[in-house]
Design a protein around this ligand. Structure first.
Ligand code: BES
Ligand code: ZN
Length: 850
């Protein structure tokens, strides 16, 4: 957005609120099309503000009445809210508004989903419920009264007296309005208990639609594990007598941390062996933990303004990553987290949407819930911990909680606790929060007379609005290996803070192979000319499993690049090495599965771009299949043995070891399907009793043109399980031959189960097409056109989701002139839609401008 755009909000313009709220009382008369909301707010002028203008946010509200200290007033109304003359000292504001939850398809504010009332207030949805200073630095205790005939009506905090159709809730903890929640409907409840470290009992409840009550056990276990973990690792106890979770089908995000009343997308909480795949179990465990952890990092200590979003999200992602590492194995989880970081955040950081972890301006804050704010934000905390050490990290967090409990804070507050505990000057480190782009670290090295000299240089490429970059503090965990694979140097931490720095290691008996950036110690792109022989040593001997994975990935990239650039045959040495790792019973099966999965097609496209070439997604897809087939032919017998050796007997369990075994046998099956025409996959499909076996079998059948009957059979079996039907939509588009994907998607758009109103369903179909590179980038532009047609239809219904989905175009400048022109034209068509939402407009402008 250009600087003169009047709607742009800047970090530098922050001003403290003119009025503070000491207490909130809300009364709801629920009605699907005409809900009444009465609010009674105790205001007082903020002693820290010189501003006395009284402004309340309000959007899409039908104003009925307002009173100050009991006397009727007539506020001045605008699209964004109201202003009013108010007394000099404290006063009581009352207002009544009417809202229409049934008409709310944006899923922000109070809306209906399957006959239930539910709310989503982060970031700025509360202003669609009542007039309020809807900003996170205004915190107040809330009292909520709900009148409704429905069997359940829930809100934040503790349940109070309830008589018949009137229920009261009281939340004693001051909170910003974005953490308000209300849910009402007919539910089944699954309950459990937790006793906190200091002996306080907590009731745990999950509220779901009838029919889903058998899919709550896993989430309840994850919740109890999260509560115990936060006590043990961070010393954080829960602070209410009840913790409620509600599953809703129509939800823009994964889940939301409302105080005492978390609301979850049903896909992020419901799980059963029959309907849920291993990856879903992992995700559910992580999201339950994430939202629970927000109780301290987000709710008790919140953000001063939305520019500080990473203060709560980066920290909470880091905490949920630590939790998952403890639950499921640190090394394997780290590989998964880094793979996701590269696929989403590096991609964002290298394109037109690149922005700092703490952005300096925005038009629509919902457009900044990004991989950069979340995942890169978490990486910054991981680096801080590495730089100060575990003990100082722990002390700094203690200080953070003690100093800032009950406050709305900034990134400065966060860094100050580290400075105060360690005495370290973190001014250069702080650049990580303001400088966008992924640093490139280049490595030169030299060995003579027993001394190894390593020279590291760093450069961060320009990003939109930031042409010049400064050197960052980059922690680089390093080990050295001898060519025979023995260790020459155990892991040591180098800190790169200049544009170029050299490090020397003496007393070595041979030229070592550097094992750099162990555990991915910093979110950077590492470049070193490493020979295949060196990679092979790392792949088989590096004590750091992450770098074994890296070696495999680099070899895989080289093999694919050679096939694309020189029409080379698939690299036999690579295939052999891969098969050796796959059958190496000394290694964790989960690790083997990751290490032996080819690098993603998008990663190949990005690597080509970095080398100044133009990727052809269709050619990449073809090379990918050829290489897979080559591995399969070379390793047929081994793969079959591997497949059978990792079949599990006994009842299904989603624990890490079982998931690892299934991942490895799924990889074997996927490869075998290239050579057996789908026979083994058909057998697995026919006998599968769990989704973790059924779904990948179906994918393989479809990939090898054996799927059509199985696809209809699968639909008949699961037509009443909406989360499984989402998988059914996705799979057809993502596993069919890329050239057919658009016509498959077009047919599915006509299916009676497709709807633009459910975000999960929209992502399942349209998202799957856009995220399958060879399908999306068909040379005729037909997929671009299909996606934009759907976005144009979606924008009126759900602008947030539409804006988020435009990111599928963020790499458009990577491709050839013809494809660029087709994508640009598609984006321009979206930009030209009458009444385009502010959300989508900001995104399209950024995509096209930069
Ligand atoms: N606070 C967010 C949910 C949210 C995001 C609400 C954007 C409104 C706008 C929540 O804590 C969150 O981050 N959820 C993530 C999952 C998490 C595991 C990273 C999500 O919903 O994807
Ligand atoms: Zn979060």
């Amino acid at each position: 957005m250009t600087a003169e755009n009047p709607q742009t909000i800047y970090l530098k313009d922050y001003q403290a609120p003119a009025y503070l709220v000491d207490h909130v009382a809300l009364e709801f008369d629920l009605h699907p099309t005409a809900t009444r909301v009465r609010s009674t707010l105790k205001f007082r002028p903020n002693p820290d503000s010189s501003n006395s203008e009284f402004f309340l946010h309000g959007e899409n509200l039908t104003f009925l009445s307002a009173y100050i200290n009991g006397a009727a007033v007539t506020p001045i109304m605008s699209d964004a809210g109201l202003t009013c003359n108010v007394p000099d000292g404290p006063f009581i504001w009352q207002s009544e508004v009417e809202i229409n939850p049934s008409a709310n398809t944006e899923l922000s504010g109070l809306y209906m989903s399957n006959g239930m009332f539910c709310t989503q207030c982060e970031a700025e949805g509360f202003r669609r419920i009542t007039y309020y200073p809807d900003r996170p630095d205004v915190m107040a205790p809330f009292d909520v009264t709900v009148r409704s005939e429905l069997p359940y009506a829930l809100s934040n905090g503790e349940p109070m007296s309830s008589d018949g159709t009137t229920r009261r809730w009281q939340d004693p903890w001051p909170k910003p309005a974005y953490l308000f929640a209300l849910v009402a409907g007919e539910f089944q409840v699954v309950s459990d208990h937790f006793t906190t470290a200091s002996g306080k009992p907590v009731d745990l409840n999950i509220y779901v639609r009838d029919g889903d009550q058998d899919k709550c056990d896993f989430a309840l276990e994850a919740l109890k594990a999260s509560m115990a973990w936060d006590e043990r690792v961070y010393g954080r106890e829960y602070d209410l007598s009840v913790f409620n979770i509600v599953a809703v089908d129509d939800f823009n995000m994964g889940a939301m941390e409302n105080k005492g009343l978390n609301i979850f997308n049903s896909s992020a909480v419901l799980a059963s062996p029959e309907t849920t795949v291993d990856g879903n179990f992992e995700r559910i465990e992580a999201i339950i933990a994430h939202e629970y952890f927000h109780n301290w990092t987000g709710n008790r200590i919140t953000c001063r303004d939305w520019f500080q979003l990473s203060l709560k999200e980066g920290l909470t992602v880091f905490r949920d990553q630590q939790f998952s590492a403890d639950m499921r194995g640190a090394e394997v989880r780290r590989i998964e987290d880094v793979t996701a970081l590269r696929a989403r955040q590096f991609r964002e950081d290298s394109g037109p949407l690149a922005h700092p972890v703490r952005p300096e301006s925005f038009v629509e804050i919902n457009n900044f819930y990004t991989a950069t704010v979340y995942e890169k934000g978490a990486e910054l905390i991981r680096m801080l911990k590495l730089l100060v050490g575990d003990a100082a990290y722990k002390e700094a967090l203690e200080l953070y909680f003690a100093r800032h409990d009950g406050q709305a804070c900034t990134i400065e507050d966060w860094l100050a606790v580290f400075t105060d505990v360690t005495g370290q000057d973190l001014r250069q480190f702080k650049l990580w929060y303001s400088q966008a782009g992924t640093p490139i670290v280049r490595v030169r090295d030299h060995f003579a007379d027993g001394t190894y000299e390593l020279t590291l240089t760093q450069v961060t490429p320009p990003t939109p609005g930031q042409p010049n970059k400064q050197p960052l503090v980059i922690p680089i965990a390093l080990g050295l290996l001898y060519p025979d694979g023995t260790e020459a140097l155990a892991t040591e931490l180098l800190v790169l803070s200049d544009a170029e720095q050299s490090f020397c290691f003496s007393g070595l008996r041979a030229a070592p192979i550097p094992s750099l950036l162990r555990g991915f110690s910093a979110p950077v792109i590492l470049q070193r000319k490493t020979s295949p022989a060196e990679h092979l040593v790392q792949l088989t001997h590096d004590p750091d499993l992450f770098n074994r994975f890296e070696a495999s990935r680099e070899l895989g990239k080289s093999a694919l690049l050679a096939m694309l650039q020189t029409e080379a045959a698939p690299d036999d040495a690579y295939c052999t090495a891969l098969l050796q790792v796959m059958v190496n019973e000394d290694l964790d099966p989960a690790f083997r599965a990751m290490c032996c999965t080819l690098p993603s097609q998008d990663e190949i496209a990005k690597t080509l771009t970095e080398q100044g070439q133009t990727p052809d997604p269709v050619a990449i897809d073809a090379a990918f299949h050829r290489l897979s087939e080559h591995v399969a032919r070379q390793g047929q017998d081994a793969l079959r043995a591997l497949y059978h050796a990792h079949q599990l007997a006994g009842p299904f369990s989603p624990d890490a070891a079982s998931c690892g075994a299934r991942a490895l046998s799924a990889l074997a099956l996927r490869l075998i399907s290239y050579v057996d025409g789908g026979t083994l996959a058909a057998k697995q499909f026919a006998t599968a009793t769990t989704m973790s076996l059924q779904l990948p079998a179906l994918g393989n059948l479809n990939r090898h043109a054996q799927g059509s009957e199985a696809i209809s059979q699968f639909y008949q079996q699961w037509r009443n399980e909406r989360l499984v039907i989402d998988k059914w939509f996705s799979l057809q588009v993502s596993t069919c031959p890329a050239s057919q994907a658009v016509s498959v998607a077009r047919n599915l758009l006509q299916h009676p189960d497709f709807t633009l109103k459910n975000p999960n369903r929209f992502r399942a179909l349209v998202g799957a097409l856009a995220m399958t590179p060879a399908a999306f980038h068909q040379a005729d532009g037909s997929a671009y056109a299909l996606v934009v047609d759907q976005l144009i239809a979606l924008d009126d219904i759900n602008p947030q989701l539409c804006a988020r989905m435009t990111t599928v175009f963020e790499t458009w400048r990577r491709y050839d002139g013809a494809r660029q022109e087709l994508m640009r034209a598609a984006l321009c068509r979206l930009a030209a839609k009458p009444n385009l939402s502010r959300d989508t407009k900001e995104m399209v402008t950024r995509l096209l401008d930069a």
